[in-house]
Design a protein around this ligand. Structure first.
Ligand code: NAP
Length: 252
């Protein structure tokens, strides 16, 4: 028997999971994206792109496609789709959520619950800020126009009104530590701002700030979306195999 899986993706971990499942006869996988990124990384499984139309739409999709298990492997800051997944998935939901980064002794981190609080915590004096919060999260920083921002995004953003003093870097990680250090030196960065997204793909900038002794302002991920989550692709694979075995036993 085959378990039908719907993976809500948009992260490196989601792609890794789908790659692990591809070709496994125990599972039939569909990979879902919101459609925010122009050229997203896609795993070698069937893909669908675009919102479902809220909880009702997601529930209807799962019914129509006879989805057995919904896997929320979205970004820790993608709160709406995770809330929809909790409501639509109920007992058939598996959450894959990497753990947030933890500071080492040398780190100069301050963490805030919101982007607005992080923007308020920027230094009082004009500074050169490496802003890596994503193109949909720039607005709160336009309220602090005294700084020079080096904004790095995957796709070109809509620059919010009021943000005038910036350089734009368009590029997709993972980035190498040596390159991150060189980039921060080149732009004479004085402070890094990031979501505490966890995972390896975006970690080099955090290590670079550590190596250069720079302060880091982080936004804490929302708690609700990580409740009962598995933190690694391996753990989700084990859970999926376990669920497949118990279903196979029941159907004998
Ligand atoms: P969000 O605010 O939680 O979701 C907004 C709406 O987008 C959802 O209500 C849903 O529309 C649709 N959606 C989101 N993820 C989807 C998916 N995987 N498949 C189908 N529809 C999806 O999400 P977001 O913060 O805009 O993030 C969008 C995507 O980018 C996510 O897949 C996430 O993993 C990825 N991402 C987000 C961030 C971040 O910082 N937020 C960073 C990197 C990657 P309907 O209600 O119509 O179904």
């Amino acid at each position: 028997m085959t378990l039908k899986l719907l993976i809500l993706g948009g992260t490196a971990q989601a792609v890794q999971l789908a790659e692990r499942l591809a070709g496994d006869p125990r599972f039939a996988v569909t990979y879902s994206l919101a459609g925010r990124t122009e050229a997203p990384r896609l795993p070698p499984v069937p893909t669908r792109i675009g919102g479902f139309g809220g909880v009702g739409g997601l529930s209807a999709y799962m019914r129509e496609h006879a989805v057995d298990l919904l896997i929320d492997a979205t970004h820790p800051f993608a709160e709406r789709i995770s809330a929809n997944a909790r409501a639509a998935g109920e007992n058939s939901l598996i959450v894959l959520r990497r753990e947030p980064w933890k500071p080492a002794r040398a780190d100069r981190w301050t963490e805030f619950a919101t982007l607005e609080a992080a923007a308020s915590a920027l230094p009082a004096e004009p500074s050169r800020i490496f802003l890596t919060v994503g193109r949909q999260s720039l607005v709160p920083f336009a309220a602090r126009p005294g700084h020079h921002y080096v904004i790095r995004v995957i796709d070109p953003p809509v620059i919010p009104p009021g943000m005038t003093n910036f350089d734009l870097l368009v590029g997709r990680g993972p980035f190498l530590l040596a390159d991150e250090i060189a980039l921060m030196r080149q732009h004479r960065i004085e402070c890094l701002v990031s979501k505490n997204s966890g995972g390896e793909a975006a970690f080099a900038k955090i290590e670079a700030a550590r190596a250069l002794g720079l302060p880091v302002i982080l936004v804490t991920p929302p708690q609700a979306s990580s409740a009962g989550a598995f933190i690694s692709v391996e753990d989700v694979m084990s859970e999926l195999v376990r669920r497949h075995e118990s279903l196979a036993k029941r159907s004998v």
